[in-house]
Design a protein around this ligand. Structure first.
Ligand SMILES: [Zn+2]
Length: 473
């Protein structure tokens, strides 16, 4: 309401500049009256409701009330009631369209204001057994203050957790489990492209394409941390990887930079001792802020920083670096590579102690050309194919062949990586791609330049050419 008054006041003052002195004295008296009405609200710093948003995951519904100021809130209802009622002092300037908010957990949401300047949020849960959490998120990264209401279905949460643990106990010795993590989601869009593309959508599409390919490969079962547009905390993602008993964890992201010409893919692993370079440290900070942006209720950090965990993790990091090198090697024919080897920093999502974990930034959404390509499903498919080949190579499995198009010809979008697929699978042969060096090929196949040189009788490594077939030991 105070915003409306201020707008009216501004209008009167602008008009007043053109009126005569007599009218001005009338205006002064009038404005005095208006200011008496406006000032108490401003003096109190009264919060205004700016909007209401909602997200649904398989186990949780999240409601977010955007506010202009921090508020004190109180729950009016008891925990066992079906209706959750929360009240806070704020102004509701317009009717929020809450009637559309309905999903498997919530039957309805209503937001109303009382005469005492209090806003009442009523959430009708579908089951009184659903748990709720209400908390306030402070301003972060240009976002307003947010009152968050999470409605959780604990039974569904337990069921999914049991399913994840069953994957681990049933996998036996042969099958390998891969957990693919699409970064961000829900409240947290991640990087935003120069034409408005959201990282969370691009990386989910690539993650799904990768899962589909890996599940067609023999001896691999691939799972996603998030399957839709909702937020998961970084710790939750790590926990899921551990529950699945993952043999490998790949977190997929897309980067952004104030410099629109910055481009290329890069791979990152965890560091226990500090970042390898300043850029990696800043990136880790940015990716770690996902919890703040997406909204995790702050609690004590339960990291098990024992010597034992560190020792296991150090061994795991060595494996992760190997995987990161393979990821970059297999991506190189498809996408420009920013750094030729994996960088390291304190990425919280890579902290599963005994799961080789890599975070891959597939390109820059802030670069107009890369944004256009990253949005393109055929380019996403090529990235997914390259990532699946790296994963299969790391796990010692044969990658699935790209799907044939209807006329029997290979899908052109996948032809580049298809060549190396055939090479790496049965013939142990690699077809050199434009721009590929012998050392990049050695990294891809976890071998050395010396071994490749002697096996292929190559005198001068710099003289390999695109299309050349290289035998792989
Ligand atoms: Zn990201």
């Amino acid at each position: 309401m105070d915003r409306l008054f201020l707008l009216e006041t501004g209008f009167v003052v602008r008009e007043g500049l053109r009126v005569d002195r007599l009218k001005m004295s009338f205006l002064r008296a009038f404005l005095g009256g208006v200011l008496v009405l406006v000032l108490p609200a401003l003096a109190l710093g009264e919060a205004r409701v700016l909007g209401v948003r909602n997200w649904s995951s398989p186990t949780c519904t999240r409601l977010v009330v955007d506010l202009s100021e921090e508020v004190a809130f109180k729950e009016i209802s008891s925990a066992a009631e079906k209706d959750l009622v929360v009240e806070f002092k704020a102004a509701l300037a317009r009717t929020e369209p809450t009637q559309r908010i309905q999903d498997s957990l919530v039957a309805g949401v209503a937001l109303s204001s009382t005469r005492e300047g209090t806003v009442r949020l009523k959430v009708n849960k579908k089951d009184s057994g659903f748990r709720h959490t209400v908390f306030l998120l402070p301003r972060v990264d240009g976002r307003p203050v947010r009152l968050v209401v999470d409605i959780e279905n604990p039974a569904a949460g337990r069921r999914l957790q049991e399913q994840r643990k069953a994957v681990q106990s049933e996998k036996g010795g042969k099958a390998k489990v891969v957990v693919i993590d699409a970064g961000h989601g829900g409240e947290d869009p991640g990087a935003v492209g120069c034409r408005g593309t959201y990282e969370k959508h691009v990386v989910l599409a690539i993650a799904k394409a990768l899962q589909e390919r890996l599940n067609r490969s023999s001896g691999i079962k691939a799972f996603l941390t998030r399957t839709g547009d909702y937020f998961l905390g970084l710790r939750q993602r790590v926990e899921m990887a551990k529950e699945y008993g993952a043999d490998l964890f790949l977190s997929i992201h897309a980067d952004s930079s104030p410099n629109r010409s910055t481009k290329g893919a890069s791979a990152y692993c965890l560091s226990l001792t500090g970042a390898t370079d300043e850029a990696a440290r800043i990136l880790a900070e940015k990716e770690n802020s996902s919890d703040l942006i997406g909204g995790v209720k702050l609690s004590a950090d339960h990291d098990l920083n024992t010597i034992l965990v560190d020792m296991v993790q150090t061994q795991t990091i060595n494996e992760s670096m190997k995987l990161g090198g393979m990821v970059l090697g297999f991506l190189q024919p498809v996408q420009e590579i920013k750094f030729s080897s994996p960088r390291q920093a304190g990425f919280r999502v890579l902290k599963a102690p005994d799961v080789p974990s890599v975070l891959v930034e597939v390109g820059f959404l802030s670069n107009p050309e890369e944004e256009a390509r990253l949005k393109d499903p055929s380019f996403q498919a090529r990235l997914a194919q390259a990532l699946s080949e790296a994963v299969c190579r790391f796990l010692g499995r044969d990658p699935a062949q790209p799907i044939l198009v209807k006329d029997g010809a290979r899908d052109l979008s996948k032809s580049v990586s298809a060549k190396s697929t055939r090479g790496s699978a049965s013939k142990k042969e690699h077809v050199v791609q434009p721009g590929q060096t012998l050392s990049a090929i050695a990294t891809m196949y976890n071998t050395s330049v010396r071994e490749l040189k002697s096996l292929n009788q190559i005198q001068e490594p710099s003289l390999i050419r695109p299309g050349q077939r290289i035998a792989i030991p």
